[in-house]
Design a protein around this ligand. Sequence first.
Ligand code: SF4
Length: 273
Amino acid sequence: MYPVPTSLSPSRVEAFTSCPMAFRFASIEKLPEPPSIHATKGSMVHRVLELLFLNPGTQRTIATAEPAFQQARAEYLLDPEFTELQLSPEQQQAFFDDAWTLVEAYFAMEDPTSVREIGLEIRLEAQVGDLGLRGIIDRLELDEEGRLVVTDYKTGRAPGPMYQQKSLGGVHFYSFLCEEVLGQRPAAIRLMYLRTGETITATPSAQSVRFITTRTTAVWKAVERACVTGNFQPREGALCKTCAFQPWCPAFGGDPTLAAVEAPVRFRPLAVA
Ligand code: SF4
């Protein structure tokens, strides 16, 4: 029997549905994973845009983005999320060059001087029954008619049309949180894919918000069941290629009971020593 989580974020909901076994390792046993260049670069670019938006509207230019970028760079050079990548000087340069390319790409997508933001990196949490749903909204703003708009920056590639609804699932989740916490359903939710310059926009409805609570409640019940029975099934798929827990996954001949001891030694040797 495992402890049942009391709250879920959109990414955790997706993680459980993608592979319950990987969810067990990461979210129930809370085992460390090796840092990822992609995730670290994404969080650094988010930080640059957050710093950019701390400037008054008229000053949000590429010129002010440069000191914001330098500040974020200095922060990340000391951050374990970056230092544990153990990049060579050349790799570090390539990392920061690419991060800056994503910041420049942002300016090609919209004019930040015209954005009427009312919140950045907002943490929202609401209860559905016994379960806490929580999420962080990159940017909340008002449109020309004063209605709420949620914007989420993405540093990966935009999904194909088949997968757009899936990728919007997380943002519908945020529209549910807005409605619960701020009392207003957003007029639009936008995913800005900086890598490809595409923006996917959706209009949340009462139905899409209801769907999120129904689905999340169903996933949470499945999580609860798995915690009680200890039955977290591996689900082989595209994620296996990059799954750090593969050495302990029964689908690949591994023993999951060894992960708690071996994963920290393998992925966080300095912390264990
Ligand atoms: S290797 Fe694949 S099946 Fe196994 S835990 Fe990871 S994602 Fe799940």
